[in-house]
Design a protein around this ligand. Structure first.
Ligand code: GAR
Length: 187
């Protein structure tokens, strides 16, 4: 069984779908959730699945503390699911091609620093895009620039505000992220 560690910053609906998926599946074990916000909803969700949570701050992410704790969980794959801080290069170097992220838009458009959550969907609507979607990609040193693993688009013509786009895109995320992770583990 391969170990997965999930990094999340907020509500954790993707993390929840991933924990749910792998609780009924022997491909992988979600061994920990790492979270940079002690008030994040994902903490309670992890507890529901009996998954331990490591809470840390930005300084600990950058000074090697998080890497030291991560190593103890022996991760085969590190999954960013709504993780909003810049991922540090020491972890990327320690786990080459083992860190993946989901982005709520069709990269390379609408990526980069500051492009997260509703900021992304607002920009998509401002540009009058007819379609948005999801991108699952490897994480490298630059925001949202690693090699793309999977993309899926969805029509958003009828969406009136960023929240409606977010809801549509999130449905795609929930549907595909656990399956794409499973495929990666099987390859
Ligand atoms: C998701 O839409 C995810 O794609 C996005 O944050 C949301 C987290 O939702 N991530 C980014 O914007 C990263 N740049 P969740 O906490 O309910 O999974």
């Amino acid at each position: 069984m391969k170990n997965i560690v999930v990094f999340a910053s907020g509500g954790g609906s993707n993390a929840e779908k991933i924990m749910e998926h792998f609780s009924q599946n022997s491909t992988a074990n979600i061994v920990a959730v790492f979270c940079n916000n002690s008030k994040a909803g994902v903490i309670e969700k992890a507890a529901d699945f009996g998954v331990p949570v490591v809470v840390f701050n930005r300084e600990q992410l950058d000074n090697g503390f998080v890497l030291r704790h991560l190593v103890a969980f022996n991760p085969y794959l590190i999954v960013l699911a709504g993780f909003l801080l810049k991922f540090p290069s020491d972890i990327i170097t320690a786990y080459p091609h083992k860190v993946i992220n989901i982005h709520p838009a069709l990269l390379p458009k609408y990526g980069g620093k500051g492009m997260y959550g509703l900021h992304v969907h607002r920009a998509v609507l401002e540009n009058k895009e007819q379609e948005s979607g999801i991108t699952i990609h490897y994480v490298d040193e630059n925001y949202d620039e690693g090699n793309i693993i999977f993309q899926k688009g969805i029509a958003i013509e009828e969406c009136l505000n960023p929240e409606e786009v977010a809801a549509k895109v999130l449905t795609l995320e929930h549907e595909h992220y656990p399956k794409v992770i499973e495929e990666l583990l099987n390859n």
